[in-house]
Design a protein around this ligand. Structure first.
Ligand code: HSE
Length: 316
């Protein structure tokens, strides 16, 4: 039997300040596109072709998509030959969920080509485990947003994930600074974090995270700015990003309603209410603030997206 699927997996921005490993949002752009051809075979075999705007390993034992597929094939005893064409449009190592998109793609291939019966939570947990190839430890925020779309709260224990599709008038500015980053950036950006925090810090972050959820549910953004300030994680990571404070300040001066480091960085996410502010003005101001700090930066304006999905499917 022959099968073909084409799928799309969006970029994501995790944490939103205080919601480390819990909150995330899916972006309409950029997105990875993955095409897969399948033939019956008595063993499991993958060939991988990588193209697109960003480089990822072509080696099957280093590419996160193929690595996770091998892992899934062992667990579910999969057989067949897969020709995978990955168009990598999500910048790699910039805090925009590039590896999460590949992990989610692997899970969608397993589900849609091999018809493995996976619940949403199972898909999230398998994809999140795949993140450990890159980050050194599993985390589920980017993969939850990538799979479900919208603004998400990750699953925990036996609690299901939650996705809210925010206000259509919100748009997102993403600024990508070109800076020298440590090798294995996400792993490093997780290792520099404190392993324990005070009860006060914990309750502060719970309070702020609840207010962020309130903002997206009610479309009342009065708490968002103060709530997206994080003194547990972002304060340590911001040291890796020259000009972070100025970029954030200028985004607020020009009317952003929330600004934070996107995931493990170094990209910066600014949330804008189009009814009150011009995203182009905010984006340019943020890029200029990086330039003043001698950092070249690029940016894009996007919106909140739906989750990853299969776009085409053929079975012969
Ligand atoms: N929540 C994760 C982190 C996202 O901040 O380390 C990284 O992909």
């Amino acid at each position: 039997m022959r099968k073909y699927i084409k799928l799309i997996a969006p970029a994501t921005s995790a944490n939103l300040g205080p919601g480390f490993d819990v909150l995330a949002i899916a972006l309409q752009e950029p997105c990875d596109i993955v095409e897969v051809e399948y033939w019956d075979k008595n063993e499991f075999e993958i060939s991988l072709n990588v193209s697109g705007n960003y480089e990822v390993p072509k080696d099957l034992n280093k590419n996160v998509l193929s690595l996770l597929l091998f892992k899934i094939s062992e667990k579910y005893n999969l057989k067949g030959k897969l020709n995978i064409s990955l168009i990598k449009n999500i910048p790699v190592g910039m805090g925009l969920g590039s590896s999460a998109a590949s992990c989610v793609s692997a899970v969608l291939i397993a589900k849609n080509i091999f018809n493995i019966n996976l619940s949403l939570n199972e898909m999230i947990y398998i994809a999140g485990e795949g993140e450990s190839f890159i980050a050194g430890s599993p985390h589920y925020d980017n993969v939850t947003a990538c799979l479900m779309g919208g603004f998400v709260i990750t699953p925990i224990d036996n609690l299901d994930p939650v996705s809210i599709m925010p206000d259509k008038e919100l748009c997102l500015c993403i600024v990508l600074p070109k800076i020298q980053l440590p090798i294995k950036k996400t792993e490093y950006a997780r290792k520099i974090l404190p392993q324990s925090i005070s009860l006060k810090q914990m309750s502060d972050n719970i309070s702020k995270s609840c207010r962020i959820v309130y903002s997206f549910l009610t479309h009342n953004y009065k708490f968002l700015r103060e709530s997206m300030k994080d003194y547990v994680v972002e304060i340590h990571r911001s040291k890796m990003i020259p000009g972070f404070e100025e970029v954030r300040n200028v985004a607020y001066e020009k009317g952003a309603i929330g600004v934070c480091i996107s995931g493990a960085g170094p990209s910066i996410l600014a949330i804008i209410d189009k009814r009150n502010s011009n995203p182009h003005v905010i984006l340019n101001a943020m890029i200029n603030a990086f330039n003043k700090n001698e950092v070249y930066a690029e940016g894009l304006i996007t919106h909140v997206s739906e989750g990853a999905k299969v776009l085409e499917r053929v079975e012969k």
